[in-house]
Design a protein around this ligand. Structure first.
Ligand SMILES: Cc1ncc(COP(=O)(O)O)c(C=O)c1O
Length: 364
């Protein structure tokens, strides 16, 4: 009889972020301006067909809408139940059990969980407690870490979050190019480089075009942030068609439901130009938040995303105190090289006002 649970699942805990309601919730980087209005209209107008029939197996209409919006061929796009689904599927498609997933801590916390869920080894690079997390290692180090001792003899996977969650950092383009070059130079024994662009809608550049050309790169995106559709769970991956086909094999059928697909298409088409408006408001709010925090003596990490990481003396205490004042943020105790910090999503002016006055009340 096989063991239940699998031994590799032993240390796994179900994901359990603090989801208690708050008057002002700046804890999960969703869109504080609301859901995309065109998507909301689709959901409101749903009929029985949308519920009773199976969706298209691989969400063809969604794939076409991504293709239109980003100018990439439809066969270079895979879609899924949130970008989490694409990260998970790519891990599975790229690696055999026991292979390595190299990453730069601190980064998206689900990476280690997805690695373990797929019986892979999470391999942090540059995690020494005193390392400066904004100091990047030689890309070859990541490529080596992903490959080292892999039972399959393959190159494993390098995960890179750009802009990074939770720091907001945008790794220099030249450094990412060097990482891709290093992976490609090893040919079939090189790692797959998975670039998580969940926050690239707020950044000055991205790697979509580069992923199309590379036999080793995959870019993953989400509609949970700028598009305001986290509840519908829609994400997509872009890469060379040969790579995308492998991801679809490991993803499985029917992952985007019929209603989510139709709503996502309307949001991607963005006929009324809502997206650029919200993006501009978010960037304005981000600049204001950084300015106001600095004026109060905090040293927020420069961010290319829709959130700001703020080092504090005691992340758990600050988070609990802000919650008492009706504001939810995410605590990050003991981040390597940073220490304690809170991560604050950028919201509209009245929500930032609430946050700032709650912060002002902390030591009053
Ligand atoms: C870096 C990063 N990647 C992926 C995700 C997951 O997004 P989705 O809602 O598309 O699954 C998140 C969510 O917060 C994230 O921060």
């Amino acid at each position: 009889m096989s063991p239940f649970p699998r031994p590799v699942y032993g240390p796994l805990e179900p994901y359990a972020p603090d989801r208690r309601p708050a008057e002002v919730d700046l804890s999960d980087n969703t869109n504080r301006w609301g859901a995309h209005p065109a998507a909301l209209e689709v959901v409101r107008g749903a009929d029985a067909e949308a519920l009773l029939r199976y969706p298209p197996v691989y969400a063809d209409a969604l794939r076409d809408a991504v293709s239109r919006r980003f100018g990439v061929p439809p066969e270079a796009v895979a879609t899924g139940c949130g970008s989490d689904d694409l990260l998970d599927s790519t891990f599975r498609a790229a690696c055999e059990a026991g292979d390595g997933v190299a990453f730069l801590p601190p980064t998206f916390s689900m990476v280690e969980i997805f690695a373990r869920m797929n019986a892979l080894e999470a391999r942090p690079v540059g995690a020494a407690p005193d390392d400066d997390p904004l100091q990047l290692p030689d890309p070859e180090q990541l490529v080596d870490a992903a490959a080292q001792g892999n039972p399959s003899g393959g190159g494993g996977l390098v995960y890179l979050c750009r802009p990074n969650n939770p720091t907001g950092e945008l790794q220099p383009r030249s450094w990412v190019e060097a990482l891709l070059d290093a992976a490609e130079a090893r040919g079939e024994r090189g790692p797959v480089v998975l670039i998580d662009e969940a926050y690239a809608d707020y950044a000055p550049d991205n790697f979509l075009a580069r992923a199309l050309e590379s036999p080793r790169a995959v870019v993953v995106r989400t509609l949970s942030k700028l598009y305001g559709l986290a509840g519908l769970r829609v994400g997509f991956a872009v890469g060379a068609p040969t790579v995308i086909r492998e991801i679809e094999k490991s993803r499985g059928p029917y992952k985007v439901n019929r209603l989510a697909e139709a709503a996502a298409v309307a949001a991607l088409d963005d006929a009324a130009g809502w997206l650029p408006e919200i993006r501009a408001a978010t960037l304005e709010g981000r600049a204001r938040l950084a300015f106001e925090l600095a004026a109060r003596g905090y040293e927020p990490v420069p961010s290319a995303a829709n959130f700001v990481l703020v080092p504090v003396d005691d992340a758990v205490w600050v988070t609990a105190s802000l919650r008492l004042a009706g504001v939810a943020v995410r605590p990050f105790p003991g981040l390597p090289g940073i220490g304690d910090a809170i991560r604050v999503s950028v919201g509209p002016p009245h929500e930032l006002d609430r946050l700032l006055s709650a912060l002002d009340g902390l030591y009053a």
